[in-house]
Design a binder for this molecule. Sequence first.
Ligand code: GAP
Length: 508
Amino acid sequence: MSTQSTPAEVSMETIVALCKRRGFIFQSSEIYGGLNGFFDYGPLGSEMKKNIRDCWWNDMVRRRDDIVGIESSIIMHPKVWEASGHIAGFTDPLVDCKASKQRYRADQLFFSPVVVDGKTVGYVSALEGENTAAELQSAAETLKRKKAIQGELAPVQPKDLTEAQPDEIPLIPSPATGEPGSLTPPRAFNMMFETYVGALRDASAVAYLRPETAQGMFVDFKNVVDTGRVKLPFGIAQVGKSFRNEITPRNFIFRSREFEQMEMEYFIHEDADWAQCHKDWIEWCRQWLISIGLPDSHLSLYDHPKAKLSFYSKGTTDIMFKYPFGVQELWGIAARGNYDLTQHAEASGKPQEIFDEATKKKFVPHVIEPAVGTDRIFLAALCAAYAEEQVTDEKGNTETRIVLRLSPRIAPVKVAVLPLLKNKEALVGRAQELYKKIKRKYTAFYDESGAIGRRYRRQDEIGTPWCVTIDFDTIEKDGTFTLRDRDTMQQTRITEAELFALLEEKVY
Ligand code: GAP
């Protein structure tokens, strides 16, 4: 077989279709029309997501001596969110279009004055996307043409709606209607989901679904210190669901209303070199993403400008990923000083300090926080792994092969076991025996239906790194079987011991 590889710039439509077709991800409550911003992971998706989560947990917690894990509750005392600042400040700027009843995030709605010969003749708007500036420019040209204005059109100057002057807002067209006059000024919209705890439904019973897992680590800080024999520097990590009532959930699982976070709070001495520690964690996170198969070429760093940081923040760097819809935040790594522990100490009246043996003084540790969404890693991994290739067989027939080049660490199925023929008892028996043995430790798939080439294709499309075929040589000669590699499509003969050694090395 010869191959001609065409690494595809995959579209989101392709990824969404593959996810549905092969059972990675479904829309939540689909039979009732779905619920915007919520998703279900199907049989393959839940395996792959679990693999990402397990890799993170193993590398972040189990394989390190300085980090411990916890699992805190999703609903916490409402005072947690007062102290953390979420009740007052966990908001996004919301804009309503009174005509269409559409709602937008003001920082995702862009506008520009249309300037001809130095004079503003109108305004144009566009939603954030990869080509926002080009869209605005084209809208400006259309407006100039429609109004039959002569003169030189200046290049548009895109700003988001949070930067609009009050007298500009009535002049900016709504993206829904194309007409000005219906957009409201931006107002703060709190993204926390409220609920009630207990039988009463009044203000005293209000509680919140957590919008981040991080506060669990801060609130349990003293418990861990008092019981865990931890010594600075050390980290507390957890994985769990978070909930945000996003104004505009979008880009599939990239921004949803219920999602999973993997967060770690790394506590350091107040006099420690926080900048170096921050840098070390950025590099650790980048290397970890590469270890689960994300290409370095798709990763970049974005340092938040000092002017946009919260007053307590010393620095935040995001690891960005090149998604099909643009370069977007994947993993935020923040140096948060001792803000969170100090806030909880003040609000609860319980000191959150550590005793320094060297100076015989108590102090509140500072923290570096790497916080990432499992779903965002999942989407990044799928987009980076997807490829379509033209494959030509020995007879000269060419077809398109869809292949997910997922890292064996996160691939939902590690090995497919295929008896060459399904009506030969000896082949089937040996294949079943091997399949059951592999399944004790690794996810495996048994498939005896259809031509062997078809069976390989089915596994390629779900990212299975290896297929083993049990043939007559296996049962009549030396017991070896064919190992077919997903990426190279090379076939080699190996023993059972060699197969397990390969799995041991690559799946960890
Ligand atoms: N404790 C800090 C914190 O939560 P964040 O930047 O708001 O910081 C951390 O969130 C990470 O969680 C993000 O980098 C992203 O990977 C993920 N995340 C945040 N909001 C999300 C959403 N609506 N849907 C999916 N993932 C989200």
